[in-house]
Design a protein. Structure first.
Length: 323
């Protein structure tokens, strides 16, 4: 069949029967280009201490709710001289850490040979430094349905990944009506390409798309980058480029995404960024209010990592096809 512009078939996601739906909480831990110095722009994985501290607090909150988080790491931050202890800590605390490529390359739009070199290097470091083997790959920047071509997929499979989570645009397709993104989990369920690779699209708005793009004042963000690019902000600092209720709106829309998945018994795969939340959400309102909302439902909702989803809801019901 042709699904979402690709020759593919839907995979079964079997939500355990005691749960109504499932929510994966995933975080791309980029030192994002959007907050980088104007004279030295770029995105990298050398997680700054203030972002690492924020991640530790996120884990504290998640654990208080009895759940775990899934971090996707740009692997160049595991090179010699980098402090990656927060990822070792995350694994020791039973959270998941997986690969977000070595150099933040877009899976769909990068030359496959270049992607091959990147993923090989990423795998070596992930195994050597974190003892994580390739399993699920988060695609940087996202791509629309149909964009991940056969040559790119073949490189991804060759490097040992059986799952990819890169389809999605962070919600930019809902730019004019962000509330519509609440239905994204229904429009984009997981599917398997005929070569065997399983795509688990991510859903709805990302913090970066909404807070730093859709409702952002570009000039104010540029001013911020002159002062605080990839640096910590002073205590009490308030974000200067969004409207005052922007975080409330993001939280409300994502609660609606949970409601939609609940109503239709779907998998909702959310992607956020610790660095964005450090700036927009120093009190961790997003994570705590979302988990509160999830736990307030009459029927239980499964919540956890994408590895958990794959292990419990996909792998047992979908035999793997070899290449
Ligand atoms: Zn990224």
């Amino acid at each position: 069949m042709t699904y979402n512009g690709s020759v593919a078939e839907l995979v079964k996601v079997r939500i355990p029967k005691q749960y109504r739906c499932a929510v994966a909480l995933t975080y791309d831990t980029d030192m994002a280009n959007g907050y980088s110095p104007l004279d030295n722009p770029g995105c990298h994985g050398r997680t700054a201490p203030f972002v690492a501290d924020y991640m530790r607090q996120m884990m504290d909150h998640a654990e208080r709710f009895g759940t775990r988080l899934h971090f996707f790491k740009i692997v160049n931050g595991l090179e010699k001289g980098c402090d990656y202890s927060v990822y070792q800590e995350a694994l020791a605390r039973d959270h998941d850490v997986d690969c977000h490529t070595y150099g933040h390359l877009n899976l769909a739009y990068t030359n496959p040979e270049k992607l091959d070199v990147d993923l090989r290097r990423a795998n070596l470091l992930m195994q050597e430094k974190l003892e994580v083997k390739p399993f699920v790959l988060r695609g940087p920047g996202g791509y629309p349905p149909g964009a991940l071509g056969p040559d790119s997929r073949s490189v991804i499979l060759k490097n040992g990944f059986r799952y990819v989570s890169g389809q999605g645009t962070g919600g930019m397709e809902y730019k004019n009506n962000p509330g519509d993104s609440a239905r994204d989990s229904g429009a984009h369920p997981p599917f398997r390409f005929l070569d065997g690779l399983i795509e688990i699209p991510f859903h709805g708005l990302t913090d970066r798309a909404f807070l730093d793009n859709i409702v952002a004042d570009d000039d104010a963000l540029t001013e911020f980058r002159k002062l605080y690019a990839h640096k910590s902000v002073p205590a009490g600092w308030k974000c200067t480029w969004t409207v005052p209720n922007a975080l409330d709106r993001l939280i409300e829309i994502q609660k609606s995404s949970v409601d939609y998945a609940y109503k239709h018994r779907l998998l909702l795969n959310l992607v956020q960024h610790p660095y964005s939340h450090y700036l927009h959400d120093p009190g961790h309102r997003h994570l705590c209010e979302l988990l509160d909302h999830i736990q307030s439902k009459e029927d239980p909702i499964w919540v956890g990592t994408l590895r958990g989803v794959i292990r419990e809801m996909i792998e047992p019901y979908n035999g793997h096809k070899s290449q």
